[in-house]
Design a protein around this ligand. Structure first.
Ligand code: GLC
Ligand code: MG
Length: 680
């Protein structure tokens, strides 16, 4: 296989603290299972023979409160994979709920990254709603397929919180939930494939979304790296295991192990109740709870604090001193040793979470030979069905929970069977190698098959890797002289370097598309239409929404219309020429005030706008931030192409701002009088 035939995949995962080793899982609500998942995926993909490169893109963070690694622009992972960190928004670490306003900036940063690499990925895979929307927009602009994994879903969360009695406006305020749900809808709409871990996710959870189609879903459960869980008898027991022992009167008793983020949803108190109330269970076993790392509980986030306070109070209430351990610290690298120790005591792993979409810890426990007992929900259901290595529980039925744990601990044959089944089941269903093999097969399929269910037929855009850009006005410029036009296009097409081809026109996009369809014009890489108030990219002419929100500043079309109503010599152009950010008139200069006077009139009426006069007969009013010229500047910065690498050409007044934007510029021979002042 040639190097260039290999697939280049971009994974995007924006929130939390992401690095390749010694991950700080459980440090906060955003640094959990998703982080492990994307890092492991990137690492194993990086070693796959068909994959040429994997960039795992995340946020670059400069914050004294977090480690320096998170500010490194690059971090090598494994084989052909690495982490790429792109700065956006404030420098400091932010929780995921407040990242939304900065995603535009992120997208621009990613485009610059591709430019520097001089390569466009074959496929973009966004993880969670934030990277879902940003990744799908990038994929559209670039004309590459998009893959989405939600990890957890906004609609499910909203339902859960509503059921828990929180009111809708509070949910909105605290979690920005509608922004998240809209982002998920957009990602699902754009996705060529949705990767889920369980049947429940594919059949029920995603099905709550309008833009989801079950046909797009592929159930590819996550995997683990078995080597991590092989413990050599010679290796040194880490401190945390000794620390657990020091909590316990008899550390040899079977260990009931729970390992989860200190998150209320993980429902750890239920397990303490179940243990505390079951006298026989307390007799025969120890309870060990590993819930993140804590320093001073009074200093942590209130949600996390509540969890710790409850744990400590319950230990005291049931007087579990000597039979329960709840160490303050552990490292990610210690975790295999904890499972290993639990298995050695013939213990059991319990996950009592209220909901469990995924349950990576269950697979890790199984790989260590621990039977599992877990909440009757999507992840555990699939795992126990596949492996037959434990029991499902009702997270709310505390008595029953205690009984089932007792049952598993006290039947030795059953324990052996569960332990064996778990080890075998993991090898069969849950290895990263298996996951990656399935994943790469599916990605290959979407890269090669007839793309019926992908909204956009795929053709990669050249924009991020163009070396030069030419942008031409259409009327009286490109279409001024047919013979010259053909020569010009040949020149561009035969150029040894990649030249992007752009159009900039007063026309609306529909009328440009018509010219393209009728083959009067070749399809451009980018289009600036409606006198610079709209920008479109790539083979699918994806609108630049960021540009629209940028020029929206101080725009007030109603006031413009009423201020100019009745002005002599001004007649509104037909409705189809009126655009969201463009008010257009025919002007008869022999009857109308001068353009300067019109400008002044608007200004005196308190209206901030830009007035553009063309061909002696058109008058356009635009937002102050819009014009063909400002659009060119914006594009130059967005796509990181220096202005001196851009050449523009035009003939009339609406081209003036573009001709004077600091790029190379050509005024064509048949120019209109209002450009005379540019001479020289
Ligand atoms: C195009 C547009 C028109 C605009 C003129 C000048 O002809 O259709 O609305 O006023 O260009 O910019
Ligand atoms: Mg023109």
């Amino acid at each position: 296989m040639k190097r260039s035939d290999k697939i280049y995949i971009t994974l995007i995962s924006l929130h939390g603290l992401l690095r390749g080793s010694d991950m700080e899982l459980g440090r906060d609500a955003d640094t959990g299972g998703q982080i492990t998942y994307v890092v492991e995926l990137a690492k194993t993909l990086g070693k796959h023979p068909k994959i040429g490169r994997v960039d795992l893109i995340t946020r670059q963070i400069f914050d004294r409160k977090v480690d320096d690694t998170y500010s490194e622009p690059f971090e090598h992972l494994d084989g052909n994979s690495r982490i790429v960190r792109i700065p956006f928004g404030p420098r400091r670490y932010l929780r995921k709920e407040v990242l939304w306003p900065y995603l535009d900036e992120f997208e621009t940063g990613v485009l610059r990254h591709f430019r520097k690499e001089n390569r466009i990925p074959d496929c973009i895979h966004g993880h969670y709603a934030d990277a879902g929307i940003a990744g799908s927009r990038l994929a559209y602009i670039l004309g590459v397929p998009f893959v989405f994994t939600g990890h957890s879903l906004g609609i499910s969360k909203k339902t859960r919180l509503l059921n828990a009695g929180m009111n809708a406006s509070k949910i909105e305020e605290r979690y920005n939930i509608s922004t998240r749900i809209n982002a998920e809808e957009a990602a699902l709409d754009a996705a060529a494939m949705v990767v889920t871990s369980t049947h429940q996710e594919a059949d029920e959870q995603y099905a709550q979304y309008k833009n989801y189609s079950r046909k797009k879903a592929r159930i590819i459960p996550p995997g683990i790296d078995l080597d991590r869980f092989k413990i050599s008898p010679k290796s040194k027991t880490p401190d945390v295991v000794n620390n657990i022992d020091s909590f316990l009167n008899d550390p040899k008793k079977p260990m009931i192990l729970a390992l989860a983020r200190p998150d209320e949803r993980k429902n750890l108190p239920a397990l303490i109740h179940a243990f505390g109330r079951h006298a026989e269970l307390r007799n025969i076993s120890n309870l060990v709870i590993i819930a993140g790392n804590r320093e001073d509980i009074s200093q942590v986030h209130p949600g996390i604090r509540r969890v710790y306070e409850k744990l400590l109070l319950l230990v005291d209430k049931y007087d579990l001193y000597g039979s329960a351990a709840y160490p303050k610290h552990h490292n990610a690298d210690d975790i295999p040793y904890i499972y290993h120790r639990a298995a050695k005591t013939r213990g059991v792993f319990v996950n009592p979470a209220l909901t469990e979409p995924f349950g990576l810890t269950l697979i890790e426990a199984a790989a260590s030979g621990l039977p599992i007992i877990a909440t009757d929900d999507g992840g555990p259901r699939d795992i126990i069905r596949n492996c037959q290595n434990g029991r499902l529980i009702d997270a709310l039925d505390i008595e029953k929970m205690g009984e089932i744990i007792h049952d598993v601990l006290s039947d030795n044959n059953q324990w052996q069977r569960y332990s064996r089944h778990g080890l075998r089941g993991v090898k069969r269903h849950y290895l990263w190698k298996t996951h990656t093999r399935k994943y790469v097969n599916e990605v290959q399929r979407i890269l090669t098959r007839k793309r019926k269910i992908i909204p956009a037929a795929l053709k990669k855009s050249n924009l991020p890797i163009m070396n030069r850009l030419v942008v031409f006005d259409i009327d009286n410029t490109l279409l001024g002289d047919r013979e010259a036009f053909v020569k010009l296009m040949d020149l561009i097409n035969e150029s040894p370097i990649k030249v992007g081809f752009g159009l900039a026109t007063g026309r609306r996009k529909e009328s440009v598309f018509k010219l393209i369809r009728e083959k009067t014009l070749p399809a451009p890489d980018l289009l600036i239409s409606a006198v610079g108030s709209e920008i479109y990219y790539g083979p699918h002419m994806i609108p630049d929404e960021q540009w629209l929100s940028h020029i929206d500043y101080l725009w007030d079309r109603e006031s413009i219309l009423s201020a100019l109503r009745g002005t002599p010599g001004l007649v509104l152009q037909p409705a189809r020429e009126q655009r969201r950010f463009k008010v257009s008139y025919f002007i008869d200069p022999s009857l109308s005030p001068t353009v300067r006077e019109i400008q002044l009139h608007l200004k005196n009426a308190g209206i901030r706008s830009k007035v553009i006069f063309s061909h002696g007969q058109f008058l356009d009013v635009l937002p102050i931030r819009a014009s063909k010229g400002l659009a060119i500047r914006y594009i130059s910065s967005k796509w990181a192409l220096p202005k001196s690498y851009i050449l523009v050409a035009g003939d009339s007044g609406n081209d003036r701002p573009m001709l004077t934007a600091g790029t190379l510029a050509v005024v064509v021979g048949n120019y209109s009088r209002e450009l005379e002042t540019l001479r020289g």
